[in-house]
Design a protein around this ligand. Structure first.
Ligand SMILES: [Zn+2]
Length: 384
């Protein structure tokens, strides 16, 4: 089994018996109320999804990640994991972390409270200072103060898709039980269309198993909601794929839309889940035209050290009318005029207008399933 990033799977979940002993004391600690994204980050740190991180980044760690794409110890890490606040918190030492309802969820040993140069970090990590970028906008909105230090998880936060989440320890057990020596990780934030399917089938050809791991945390509003994504994937797996060769599980973290750097972050996370391979398509985790579509491939060649997971780089996938099948720039010799590009935005707009998208873009049964969900969402929007 592939080793987790940094060599060991981090476990910072307070054992049940210990919890009972300390909970009354924890309630007396000074406390900090944090948002759901931060609670999910704590959980991902605690169960090892973000190994080797043990807590929220200090200033030294943040600057090292932003400038060098490594933690101060030289291990590759590309995305800041920060506990951000809009006002300077007057805290230090051990504190209790509470959710919006005032329930204690975690303990943090505060090492440092510091100010972030938001624009500088945005430029380094996202490649832009523009708040037109949804990831940058979210980063700015969370505030210029940060608290760094290690965390211990007491209780998981309320998350609507809890039953869809497997922890790295669990996925590793599943892979082992199923006898998968090689596993391809597939990142997505949307319902499956034909181009996704093409990539997943490549994965099924090269490895023993396919791990489909959709992001269920915060995404921009024009991506499909998590419930829809999961239902659509279940349908695809149960009706088309060899079920015993695929595992579906959600990833409860926010999308950052940081393009190339997020591609590396996504690969590291899948390595922690036990994947040996990771698929990076065209414009991975990109948004609008902020990134060159192939920077997400090239970044893996300029990392300061290897991350020890094999990256399967796939170029733009489309339906070619001349070939009569899905193909990529690497496998089709025809020109643009023969190509039908698959776009989720296009599919979604057609569904909203009550039109059926072409079968070359998305399977008819999945389109029908999405259509029902779009109708539900339209109704919800009218009533809200
Ligand atoms: Zn062709």
């Amino acid at each position: 089994m592939i080793l987790p990033h940094g060599g060991e799977l981090i476990n910072r979940v307070v054992p049940e018996r210990e919890k009972l002993k300390i909970i009354e004391d924890v309630k007396k600690l000074p406390s900090l109320q944090v948002d759901t994204d931060s609670l999910l980050d704590i959980e991902n740190i605690a169960v090892g999804t973000f190994s080797p991180l043990k807590g929220f980044m200090t200033k030294e760690e943040l600057l090292s990640v932003a400038h060098n794409m490594t933690l101060p110890n030289g291990i590759v890490w590309t995305i800041p994991i920060l506990l951000q606040l809009r006002e300077e918190p007057k805290i230090g030492g051990r504190i209790a972390i509470k959710d919006g309802k005032g329930q204690v969820k975690a303990v943090m040993d505060v090492k440092e409270v510091y100010k972030i140069d938001l624009k500088k970090i945005a430029k380094l990590v996202w490649g832009t200072e523009s708040d037109e970028h949804p990831g940058v906008r979210l980063f700015y909105s969370k505030g210029e103060w940060a608290v760094g230090g290690e965390v211990w998880l007491l209780e998981k936060t309320n998350f609507p898709f809890r039953e869809w989440l497997l922890e790295p320890e669990e996925t590793r057990k599943v892979f082992e039980y199923r006898g998968w020596k090689t596993v391809v990780g597939f990142q997505t934030r949307n319902a499956p269309h034909r181009a996704h399917e093409y990539l997943q089938r490549i994965g099924l050809e090269v490895a023993d198993g396919l791990f489909i791991n959709p992001v269920l945390g915060w995404r921009k509003s024009d991506d499909f909601d998590p419930q829809t994504v999961l239902v659509a994937y279940e349908h695809l797996i149960n009706n088309y794929y060899p079920r015993h060769r695929v595992l579906l599980s959600g990833l409860a973290t926010a999308m950052r839309y940081a393009g190339p750097r997020e591609a590396v972050f996504h690969a590291i996370i899948r390595k922690n889940f036990g994947c040996t391979h990771f698929i990076v398509g065209r414009d991975h985790a990109g948004v609008g035209d902020f990134y060159d579509p192939y920077d997400a491939h090239r970044i893996f060649d300029r990392l300061p050290s290897s991350i020890d997971i094999e990256i399967i780089k796939v170029s733009a996938v489309f339906y070619c009318k001349e070939c009569g099948c899905m193909a990529s720039e690497k496998s089709c010799g025809h020109d643009e005029s023969k190509r039908i590009y698959v776009s989720m935005t296009k599919i979604r707009n057609m569904l909203r207008e009550g039109k059926t998208p072409p079968e070359e873009m998305i399977r008819k049964d999945i389109a029908e399933l999405l259509m029902e969900r779009v109708e539900v969402q339209n109704l919800t929007n009218i009533h809200s």
